[in-house]
Design a binder for this molecule. Structure first.
Ligand code: SF4
Length: 136
């Protein structure tokens, strides 16, 4: 059976949720929301309740940008200078990028190296540092 990219993304999201729950233990694990399908309004309402939004340069990031929630944007194929949503300067925001790559930015239709290194090379430490910057 040929599974589409949507299924692949759902599988990846489920792995992230499972991994986060396993790391947090029984009590805190209940606070991890399972990924589901949300309407735009539901997604925005969920983001509005968050202390921080972390995500790639995608539709949900731009929905989050319509709230006053601090945002950590992860920019792989795109550049924050071009793609980051405008925000009120009083709201904290951080952009996380990979080390310079000759293929970046790209049109996102085909990954020339084939391994999406612009995203996979972003380290957890970079994201945590940006999150702390947005929360303190
Ligand atoms: S690694 Fe692939 S997706 Fe990322 S910028 Fe380079 S070509 Fe584009």
């Amino acid at each position: 059976m040929n599974r589409g990219p949507e299924s692949s993304e759902q599988d990846a999201a489920a792995r992230v949720v499972d991994g986060a729950r396993a790391m947090l233990g029984d009590t805190l694990a209940q606070r991890i929301v399972s990924c589901g399908e949300f309407s735009l309004a539901q997604l925005r309402a969920l983001v509005e309740r968050a202390a921080l939004y972390i995500g790639g340069d995608s539709g949900p990031l731009h929905i989050a940008a319509t709230s006053r929630v601090p945002i950590v944007g992860l920019y792989g194929p795109t550049l924050p200078a071009r793609s980051a949503p405008w925000r009120d300067p009083s709201i904290r925001v951080a952009a996380v990028e990979p080390e310079p790559l000759p293929c970046r930015p790209c049109d996102q239709r085909v990954c020339a190296p084939g391994d999406f290194r612009c995203l996979t090379s972003i380290g957890a430490e970079q994201v945590v540092t940006a999150a702390i910057k947005c929360l303190t």
